[in-house]
Design a protein around this ligand. Structure first.
Ligand code: B12
Ligand code: SF4
Length: 574
């Protein structure tokens, strides 16, 4: 909690809550430590603290701000209610960055506050996406309004003070819609989390968005319809100031959350500024960024990224079937250059995480199996993250299905990219879900894991790194049954935190089952870890002693191969 002064006469509480979502049994997905920080929460915390510092509600009112990420924190609902009541009802609960899959959980929380008479506002991609793309309010948004929850669409920069003043006066509007008026990000308050909250994430406690917006037009994308297609960026100096300030709290690992940092018009200045800080202070700042598949064609992009300390890149490969990419308007992805792009990163020892989506129109279980074999054979990527193609509210795909009255999964909790939410022209729901799960096992098969380690060693990288990320990514999917983008260390399941409408289980059977579940999950996890640790040791030893470096089709230098040789380069292999 941050209190600016103790001498003021009044208090106003801003309680920022980033909700999680429910697993298939209706329990909140929550961890002892979550892996990836919530940039939405950090953004709102920065803005709220700025309102507090500028005394946005008048000299005599202290604004107190608390931030909770439900992925790693039990939300103290009763305590928040008591605190706001003690302040004479002067407070606002903000449900932050609420995605479609988090909307049901957000509403279960909202209703608890509303029934205690507390003011609640809710924003994020679900509200913004629906208001941006649909001609009417959806039933769940109407239900939120009926419960007295204020909905906020668009971005909050430059608007928080007014919202707080309206809340202070008890006169918030039912809906705020700023989708047509996107703020310039230059000079805006930077995302920031209080150190106590940041410490609940590991291994990557830092986060900021260096820009918003993407010029492309992928039909499954929500971002372009909410944040727009024009690149808006933050200033390099503002970013530098944040990095320096956070160093005092030991924060050195960051996720820069731009959906496509390569299309941030300011990428070069930002990389150069970060590189200067690294060199000047002699500190190892580390960054994860998201880029597109043509990023390597930007002159100097990969080199400058490395100099700035980028050690991991997320790349939206999406699919290797050109017809599928065409059907999704993802024409910018040039399959023939995937390998060149991946090798550009590999040669700089940057770990590549590639997103792959299953469920495009041409996909069938057989085709997906064959495509995965091609990927394994021909693409030098380290980690494959799999997703089900999902008509996310806010996307052109969702709008088209909604307007056609096509079948759409009614339970928003399932819009987490792991569940099938609509029909497919060539697969049943069971086949689609089945091949999604099988795809993880195909890619992370032990023989391929060993190949990944050998490729890493060939680029003079430690094969243990592959072991660690396979444990994190495949392990989370396989043993925790949770997508790694929602993952963390040590799952918590709170008996009383169950989805509204589902029964609270009696204590004894619940805890007995939890003990069994935990022993089985972490037991299998440890056995798997042991196997792949031994594999990484063997690869490390062998690569140190072998005179000839490992080479295969995926990493063979271009000049050494008769062109074109492979399926992805154009001529199908015999
Ligand atoms: C970084 C990121 C993550 C990170 C961190 C999460 C986070 N929210 O920070 C991680 C990796 C954990 C993640 C995971 C997932 N993500 Co994500 N993620 C993003 C990404 C790329 C950036 C988020 C961000 O920082 N945006 C910048 C912030 C500032 O924008 P914002 O959240 O919209 O907030 C602004 C306004 O909405 C508003 N606002 C927000 N909340 C509130 C509240 C109130 C009261 C008010 C007044 C205003 C307000 O003010 C803010 C400042 O302007 C977005 C895409 C994007 N461009 O936003 C996808 C996105 C949000 N993710 C998405 C999805 C689907 C997921 C996953 C389900 C994927 C998966 N299979 O695991 C998981 C969910 C798990 C989870 N626990 O969040 C979708 C959501 C779409 C939808 N309709 O729901 C998005 C939009 C990407 C996409 N594919 O379309 N994600
Ligand atoms: S490249 Fe990524 S952010 Fe840009 S439109 Fe396509 S899916 Fe959206």
């Amino acid at each position: 909690m941050n209190r600016l002064t103790r001498t003021a006469r009044g208090r106003f509480l801003v309680e920022l809550i980033k909700p999680s979502h429910y697993d298939d049994d209706g329990y909140v997905i929550q961890w002892l430590k979550a892996w990836i920080p919530s940039n939405s929460l950090a953004t709102l915390y920065g803005l709220a603290m700025s309102a507090a510092q500028s005394r946005a509600l008048g000299e005599s009112i202290d604004i107190e701000v608390n931030a909770y990420d439900e992925t790693n924190t039990l939300i103290p609902v009763e305590r928040i209610i008591r605190r706001i009541r003690r302040a004479g009802g002067q407070g606002l609960v903000c449900l932050v960055g609420v995605q479609s899959n988090q909307f049901p959980r957000a509403m279960d929380l909202a209703l608890q506050f509303r029934s205690a008479g507390i003011q609640v506002a809710l924003g994020g991609f679900h509200v913004s996406g629906c208001l941006a793309m649909l001609p009417e309010l959806t039933a769940e948004l109407q239900a939120a309004l009926d419960a007295g929850v204020t909905l906020f669409a668009g971005e909050l920069e430059g608007r928080f003070d007014d919202l707080l003043r309206a809340a202070q006066a008890g006169r918030m509007e039912p809906i705020y819609n700023y989708l047509d008026d996107r703020p310039d990000l230059l000079g805006q308050v930077m995302p920031n989390l209080p150190p106590a909250v940041a410490r609940r994430y590991a291994p990557m406690p830092g986060t900021f968005d260096a820009g918003r917006g993407c010029p492309f037009i992928c039909s499954f994308c929500t971002i372009i319809n909410v944040q727009g297609r024009t690149s808006r960026h933050r200033g390099a100096d503002d970013i530098a100031a944040l990095l320096r300030a956070n160093l005092a709290h030991g924060i050195r690992h960051y996720f820069i959350t731009d959906d496509n940092f390569a299309r941030n018009r300011h990428w070069e200045a930002i990389f150069e500024r970060i590189a200067e800080i690294r060199e000047e202070l002699g500190v190892k700042l580390n960054f994860t960024i998201q880029v597109d598949t043509m990023c390597h064609t930007l002159p100097g992009f990969v080199d400058k990224a490395r100099r700035a300390g980028v050690s991991r890149v997320f790349i939206g490969l999406e699919n290797i079937n050109p017809d599928n990419l065409k059907s999704a308007n993802k024409k910018q992805n040039k399959i023939a250059s995937y390998r060149e792009m991946l090798l550009a990163w590999q040669s700089k020892k940057v770990t590549t995480y590639c997103g792959y989506i299953i469920g495009f129109p041409e996909d069938t279980p057989e085709r997906v199996r064959a495509d995965l074999q091609t990927i394994k054979r021909e693409l030098p990527l380290d980690i494959l993250e799999l997703f089900c193609l999902t008509p996310l509210p806010g996307s052109a795909d969702h709008r088209a299905l909604y307007l056609q009255g096509a079948p759409l999964e009614p339970d928003l909790n399932r819009y987490d990219l792991e569940h099938v939410c609509t029909t497919h022209p060539r697969m049943t729901k069971e086949e689609w879900e089945g091949i999604y799960r099988e795809a993880w096992d195909i890619f992370y098969a032990p023989d391929h894991l060993e190949t990944l380690m050998r490729r890493a060693a060939a680029f003079d990288r430690n094969p243990k790194r592959i072991m660690e990320i396979a444990l994190e990514f495949y392990g989370c999917f396989r043993f925790e049954h949770v997508h790694p983008l929602q993952g963390g260390f040590i799952r918590r399941k709170i008996r009383r935190q169950r989805r509204a409408g589902l029964p609270i289980e009696p204590a004894l059977p619940f805890y007995l089952r939890r003990v069994r579940e935990s022993v089985s999950t972490y037991g299998r996890f440890l056995i798997y870890a042991w196997h792949i640790w031994r594999m990484s040791e063997r690869v490390r030893r062998e690569s140190a002693t072998h005179a000839q470096a490992y080479v295969d089709d995926a990493i063979r230098p271009f000049m050494d191969r008769p062109a074109p040789v492979t399926a992805l380069e154009g001529t199908p292999r015999a």
